[in-house]
Each structure stands twice: as structure tokens, then as C-alpha cells.
Ligand binder design. Structure first.
Ligand code: NAD
Length: 318
């Protein structure tokens, strides 16, 4: 059976982009949030993001309205999910809330509905503690990356609770919206991509703390160095290309000098305590004038759109 009718619960940072991705690829999506104001803002955000995709010639300008028409804002949870095949929750990261929501969804949804969580840190078994035994075969973590409508990755839990045929339906669903899925075999915090990102972040913060280079240069080193290759080829293949003997020597020589703390960086803590939270407060590692904020965000999105275009081209190289 094809999964066709989608519902997204929570229309915040992630939820609006998830709904948008499905609608771009022709799916009818019900979008629900228990905050009506947030729901209205989400539609505006989606429209602005679609306009940018059209401006960058990633989609045809003529399709923006039809994509928007495929997203129905719903203010009643039952009405939102009652006829859906696939329901994704992207609500607050609170275990009690998600447990309650999954229990309610189990009661409201038809037996065939698959329930998914976009959680970044919570365990699937804990979140779905109160759902029926039958539904436990139809629950999954599907972890998107921000901004959801642009980032290709969706990590999928493959923890043994679900028959392969159901998992296969979900993989097909994501393939049909051009997402790259990753099968995660263990229920570990951060799944795969975030754990790798945190390992890089720990060293980046440490390098700034020790004054090894200016923030701009550390960012440049990452972007023009490892990240440039990573955008084309995964680490294990890169290691094979370079030679595992070379990697062995390098690891042997450098690893003992690399940051290994299990605490958040002191510098990061200081910034947070001083209210320097990044673009939303005008200062983080860099400073942002009020008039630069929108432009900076737009530049980031434009670059991601062009990277997506490059990725499509790269996929053709055999
Ligand atoms: N922000 C990220 O970068 C990111 C990335 C990957 C995964 N996640 C995960 O995705 C989820 C959502 O994160 P976010 O950043 O979009 O949060 P957010 O705060 O931007 O949005 C959450 C939305 O959920 C709504 N909500 C809360 N309780 C609800 C309920 N019971 N029913 C319906 N709507 C409800 C809120 O009104 C809000 O609009 C979290 O589990 C988070 O860990 C976030």
C-alpha cells in the first residue's frame, strides 16, 4: 500500500518545513498546531520559502499556489488525523507531551496509520509506552534536519519493532520526496548525523577557546577543507581513498591532542549566559546588525538550494 495522506503535528521550525516538503512533491498534507497563531505564521513561512525556491529556479513559479493549496491548516486533532496514512509529530521535545500525544493518536487514527516522531533525543520505546501492541508495529523515529524543506537527510529508526514491509513503505515515501534516508539500527541519543556533528562542534569550540585561529578562519577551514569533501563523499570512502595506513598514522599522532571533554564548551556556556544566542539576539560568535538578519538567513537558504542542485548533478556522475 502506498502512503498518500500525510499529517504533520506541530507547525514550528521543523513541522512547517516537513509539511512543505511533502506538498512540493504532490502530497495532500494536514498541518495541525495547538497554537492557532503559530499555524497561521507557518503558512506565511512556507509561502516565503516557496517563493525563494521559485526565484532560484528550483521549482516553477507557477506551482507555488498549487503547493500551498495542498496544505490544509487544521485546528482539530481528530479531524487532522482521522483519515491519514502517515502522521509525523514535530511538537516540543518533552517526553510527557509526546507520550500523551502518541496515546491519543493511537486512539484517533485508523489501524493502518503509521505514527512517526521527529524527536532528536527521545527514545522511541519511551515515547510510545502507552500505545497498543498492534500500533507498536507502526511507530518510527523519522529525524529530519533543519531547514527541513532543503536538507536531504531523514534518519529512520530500524529498531526491530516494525515488519520490513512497513519499513519499506516508509523508505519509498521518502524516496518519492527526494529525501536521503539513513537506516539507524540502535536507539542511541542523537542517532547518527547529530553525533557526528557534535564531535566536530566539540573540536571547533575547543579550537576557538585555545585561540588556535579566529572564528572566521575556523569556519573557513571546515568549509573549504573536510566539509567540502564530505559534501561529495562520506568519511569511510574518503578514508579508503586516502589509504587506511595514512589515517592510522594521523589518528595515532593527533588524537591525544584533540578535545575529549564530555561537558559543554565553557565558551559556549559563557555566550549563552550573556544572552549572545546568535542571529536571534544580534550576536553569537559573530555580530549581526538588525538589517542583516533577514539577508543572512536568505543567503544561507539560497546556498543550500544551490547545493541541492549540485547534489542532483553529482548523482549523475558515475
Ligand atoms: N529545530 C531543529 O533544528 C530540530 C531538528 C531536528 C529535530 N527536531 C525536533 O523536532 C521537534 C520540533 O522541534 P522544533 O524546533 O520544530 O520546535 P518548535 O518549538 O519550533 O515547534 C514546535 C511546535 O509544536 C507545537 N506544539 C506543542 N505541543 C503541541 C501539541 N500537543 N500538539 C500540536 N502542536 C504542539 C508548538 O505550538 C510549536 O509550534 C522536536 O522534537 C525537536 O527535538 C528539531
Amino acid at each position: 500500500m502506498m502512503l498518500k495522506k500525510i499529517a504533520v503535528l506541530g507547525a514550528g521550525t521543523m513541522g512547517h518545513g516537513i509539511a512543505e516538503s511533502f506538498a512540493i512533491h504532490g502530497y495532500e498534507v494536514n498541518l495541525f498546531d495547538n497554537d492557532a497563531t503559530r499555524l497561521a505564521i507557518a503558512k506565511e513561512e512556507i509561502e516565503a520559502e516557496l517563493e525563494l525556491l521559485a526565484l532560484e529556479k528550483f521549482i516553477e513559479p507557477g506551482v507555488v499556489q498549487s503547493i500551498l493549496n495542498r496544505i490544509t491548516l487544521v485546528t482539530d486533532l481528530k479531524q487532522c488525523v482521522i483519515d491519514r496514512d502517515y502522521v509525523i509529530e514535530a511538537t516540543f521535545e518533552e517526553i510527557g507531551l509526546k507520550q500523551e500525544l502518541f496515546k491519543t493518536l493511537d486512539e484517533l487514527c485508523p489501524p493502518h496509520t503509521i505514527l512517526a516522531s521527529n524527536t532528536s533525543t527521545l527514545q522511541l520505546s519511551e515515547m510510545t509506552k502507552y500505545v497498543s501492541v498492534e500500533r507498536k508495529e507502526k511507530v518510527i523515529v523519522n529525524h529530519w534536519y533543519n531547514p527541513a524543506h532543503l536538507m536531504p537527510i531523514v534518519e529512520l529508526s530500524y529498531f526491530g519493532n516494525m515488519p520490513d514491509s512497513t519499513y519499506g513503505q516508509i523508505e519509498k515515501l521518502y524516496e518519492s520526496i527526494d529525501k536521503t534516508t539513513v537506516k539507524v539500527l540502535k536507539d542511541i541519543p542523537g542517532l547518527i548525523a547529530n553525533r557526528i556533528a557534535q564531535a566536530i562542534a566539540r573540536e571547533v569550540f575547543s579550537l576557538i577557546e585555545m585561540g588556535a585561529a579566529a572564528p572566521e578562519d575556523i569556519d573557513k577551514a571546515l568549509q573549504a577543507g573536510p566539509a567540502f569533501r564530505y559534501a561529495t563523499t562520506g568519511h569511510l570512502e574518503i578514508a579508503d581513498l586516502g589509504g587506511l595506513d595514512i589515517w592510522y598514522t594521523s589518528v595515532n599522532n593527533i588524537l591525544k591532542d584533540i578535545e575529549s571533554t564530555t561537558e559543554p564548551s565553557k565558551l559556549l556556556k559563557e555566550k549563552v549566559n550573556e544572552g549572545k544566542l546568535g542571529i536571534k539576539t544580534g550576536e553569537g560568535f559573530y555580530k549581526y546588525e538588525a538589517e542583516e538578519v533577514l539577508l543572512t538567513k536568505e543567503r544561507f537558504n539560497k546556498r543550500l538550494i544551490n547545493q541541492l542542485k549540485a547534489m542532483k548533478k553529482m548523482a549523475e556522475i558515475r
